[in-house]
Design a protein around this ligand. Structure first.
Ligand code: PNS
Length: 161
């Protein structure tokens, strides 16, 4: 099987990410699930904790390798010999952002292809940002994230009054 990469900020990983990862892992091996930094975002969890949460959540998925990389996605893919990037697409609103990234990555590494996987409709509203917002306000996130993540969220962002 061919190697692929699922990149993201994963701050934190949600059940939406995990669904895409699990489906991609049936097609690609090894499947690198790699925590990158998005300069537009100020993450709640440090990279090492984001990696740890992903490792726990993907422990039962054969062929998945979780890593962190602080540089360019294109450089990482070249280093690992990966020619396929898989990104989940939730809605039309994701499209422009995703197209710009796919094009930029192709400019930087011409052999790299970005493939999009439609998220399940049930996950089309789900994002790490909304999960953090709900957790901060004391809402129940147990059906949105893996159990280990729910516990870490509760510890890191105790619900405000
Ligand atoms: O989960 P996100 O925040 O939508 O993922 C965006 C991410 C991390 C994949 C993107 O910001 C990225 O690739 N960062 C690594 C640095 C890089 O290569 N930047 C140029 C991207 S075109």
């Amino acid at each position: 099987m061919r190697a692929a990469l699922v990149p993201g900020t994963f701050d934190p990983v949600t059940l939406g990410h995990l669904d895409v990862i699990a489906r991609a892992a049936t097609i690609f091996e090894p499947l690198y699930v790699t925590v990158f930094e998005n300069l537009e975002k100020n993450p709640l969890f440090p990279a090492a904790e984001r990696v740890q949460m992903l490792r726990e959540a993907t422990a039962d998925l054969p062929g998945v390798v979780v890593e962190h990389h602080g540089g360019l996605l294109a450089d990482y893919a070249r280093e690992r010999g990966v020619l396929v990037v898989v990104r989940g697409l939730r809605a039309v609103s994701d499209f422009e952002y995703e197209m710009a990234m796919a094009e930029m990555n192709k400019q930087l590494f011409g052999e790299l292809e970005t493939l999009f996987m439609m998220t399940r409709p049930a996950n089309s509203y789900l994002s790490s940002t909304l999960v953090k917002d709900v957790a901060r306000r004391g809402g129940d996130v147990s059906r949105l994230v893996p159990p280990g993540v729910a516990a870490r969220l509760a510890a890191r962002v105790p619900p405000s009054a």
